[in-house]
Design a binder for this molecule. Structure first.
Ligand SMILES: [Zn+2]
Length: 113
């Protein structure tokens, strides 16, 4: 990313499908506040009314419920993609989550070679 990252307080993943649907959808802030995204969506970020965080929206192709990210220490984890019609990753069973993360670890390991 070439943009100045200090400009934003928070990054949030948003499903492209939510923006294309042209319907308002709630974007949750880390503070628990909710920003309603109204179409047509044109700004690259929104501001939380509760904590005044600038939340940069990172649009993810399609309509995934989550993407696989990693902790700072490199441990894969599931990150929610907001606005998606798919369930929140926390709605998956522990065994489903483990299976996805095990697969991710394999992919990360393969990529390093
Ligand atoms: Zn907030």
């Amino acid at each position: 990313m070439s943009q100045k990252q200090l400009q934003f307080d928070l990054y949030s993943f948003v499903a492209e499908a939510a923006l294309e649907a042209g319907k308002p959808f709630p974007l949750k802030c880390n503070c628990g506040g909710v920003v309603t995204i109204m179409p047509p969506f044109q700004d690259e970020y929104v501001v939380c009314a509760r904590c005044e965080c600038k939340i940069k929206m990172l649009v993810i192709d399609g309509d995934p419920g989550y993407i696989i990210g990693a902790d700072p220490d490199g441990i894969p984890k599931l990150l929610q993609v907001q606005g998606s019609s798919k369930p929140h990753p926390n709605m998956l069973s522990a065994s489903e989550r483990d299976a996805i993360l095990a697969q991710a670890r394999t992919q990360f390991a393969t990529r390093d070679k």
